[in-house]
Design a protein around this ligand. Structure first.
Ligand code: ACO
Length: 448
């Protein structure tokens, strides 16, 4: 017997008007009230800054239970994928919905591997950037510029074109990321190698120089592959929501992913790993931890404990648990018994998790509390941390973009607003205006 469709009744107490709103239920997770017809039925908009309670789409890609600390990619627990899978297998899973057979994986790996080179002319873009440019700034520009090179594959209404664009993005992202790094250290860009895995290839493009033979350390390769798996997707996070929003107008996929990279850059999102390491360096020693905990709790101080707290997880982020363990294993196997920053991070976590403020608000370490420690052990500099995240998350971005483009229910994302500005008023001629005191300030002495 099929279940009766559920509704929720909304009663406007001012007018007594009742409206039945349909309930949408996914495979798992809380039910949602379909408010798409709310304005037509009631004349009201819904107000939800930051989408605290609003599901913006239906998706089959990733499931999170923030209360229990559960993360599933296409139904598979992140712990199992982290232990038994590889990044390209996970990429296939996220894109196509099922784990590949051996033949399918070999074919997918071959396709991605053979798309890793970038157009030679694209290399000119890197030379145009200041040597001290943040690599994320370079990423935003260069990835956006891919739309100018690969417009042969951007008929977004053709599923095959969408797939080719997705393959190109996944394949070229490590090449662009490593080139951004090489530019910042003044070394020649290193070409990809087709005999290496996705992670190993990235490491050689980052660290090889033309004058020496470069051997990829298998421990480093596995650690990086693991980080790529853990960062591959996280349902409707800010950057993925940005890619969907940009793509909802029918925009070019490379430009949409550039928008996602911009969103990821912020310290409240992907910039957190970089911010964590800078914070730990600033804290310096265990003795200083209580002072920084006090600052994090002080509402008049903008300081927050970076790598702590999450919009969805109100429990330990399952990815942070895996990364914490990997830090221990990796530091041991690279012969670095202890990294002082790792010791400090462990102590900071311990102290914070005994503090009423963090317990009450259910603030636990998130994925990026420990990931920077692994990147450091791999020799990846701090300004590259968010770039590493972008490389991994590209598969999530394109999987969501493809899902959205194939969804007949998809519409241009066009939020409403609660207008709080001036009421209607008449134009005042310039000679009659009084100074309001908030014009632009002079820009003397700033870099042009
Ligand atoms: N340090 C101190 N206080 C915090 C922290 C923190 N890291 N995070 C949240 N809080 C407090 C807030 O001040 C707020 O307190 P209040 O209720 O007394 O006002 C309460 O906890 C709830 O926080 P919100 O900011 O409302 O939660 P929101 O879901 O909007 O933000 C976010 C989540 C942005 C991740 C936040 O926890 C944060 O800024 N963390 C630090 C940055 C970080 O690590 N970001 C990475 C997130 S994971 C990722 O993107 C990969």
């Amino acid at each position: 017997m099929s279940e009766q469709p559920r509704t929720v009744t909304l009663i406007d107490e001012a007018t007594g008007k009742r409206v039945e709103l349909p309930v949408v239920q996914g495979t798992m997770g809380p039910p949602s009230i379909d408010i798409s017809g709310l304005y037509r039925a009631t004349g009201y908009f819904a107000y939800d800054p930051g989408f605290l309670s609003t599901a913006a789409c239906r998706s089959q890609i990733t499931y999170i239970d923030g209360e229990q600390g559960v993360l599933l990619y296409r139904g598979y627990p992140i712990e199992q994928l982290a232990e038994r899978s590889t990044f390209l297998e996970v990429a296939y899973l996220l894109l196509y919905g099922e784990l590949p057979t051996a033949a399918e994986l070999a074919d997918f790996s071959r396709i991605i591997t053979h798309h890793t080179m970038i157009n030679e002319n694209l290399k000119e873009f890197f030379r145009g950037f200041y040597h001290d440019a943040h690599p994320m700034a370079i990423m935003v520009g260069v990835v956006g510029s891919l739309s100018a090179f690969y417009h042969d594959s951007t008929d977004i209404h053709d599923p095959r074109h969408r797939e080719i664009a997705a393959h190109r993005l996944i394949a070229k992202m490590p090449t662009i990321a490593a080139a951004a790094y090489k530019h910042s250290v003044g070394e020649p860009i290193v070409y990809p190698r087709n005999d290496l895995s996705y992670a190993a290839n990235f490491l050689q493009m980052m660290f090889a120089v033309p004058t020496e033979r470069y051997e990829v350390d298998p421990v480093a390769e596995r650690a990086l592959d693991l980080l790529l798996i853990l960062h591959a997707d996280h349902e409707q996070n800010a950057s993925t929501a940005t890619v969907r929003q940009a793509g909802s107008s029918g925009a070019d996929p490379f430009a949409c992913v550039a928008a996602g990279i911009a969103s990821l850059w912020g310290p409240a999102h992907g910039g957190a790993a970089e911010a964590v390491v800078r914070m730990l360096e600033e804290i310096g020693t265990v003795d200083n931890i209580p002072r920084y905990i006090a600052r994090a709790k002080d509402k008049s101080d903008p300081f927050r404990l970076m790598g702590f707290g999450h919009r969805v997880y109100k429990n330990y982020d399952p990815r942070a648990k895996i990364i914490r363990k990997t830090c221990m294993d990796l530091l041991e196997s690279v012969g670095q018994q202890s990294d002082p920053l790792f010791e400090l991070a462990l102590r900071l976590e311990e102290i914070a998790l005994q503090d009423e403020y963090f317990l009450e608000r259910r603030l636990y370490p998130n994925v990026d509390f420990y990931s920077g420690i692994i990147y450091r052990a791999l020799g990846i500099p701090v300004q590259m941390f968010t770039v590493m995240f972008a490389v991994a998350r590209t598969v999530g971005w394109v999987a969501h973009w493809m899902e959205m483009m194939a969804d007949p229910a998809h519409k241009i994302g066009r939020p409403r607003q609660v207008y709080t500005g001036a009421g209607r008023r008449d134009y005042v001629p310039v000679e009659l205006r009084k100074p309001a005191g908030h014009g632009p300030r002079a820009t003397n002495g700033e870099r042009r």
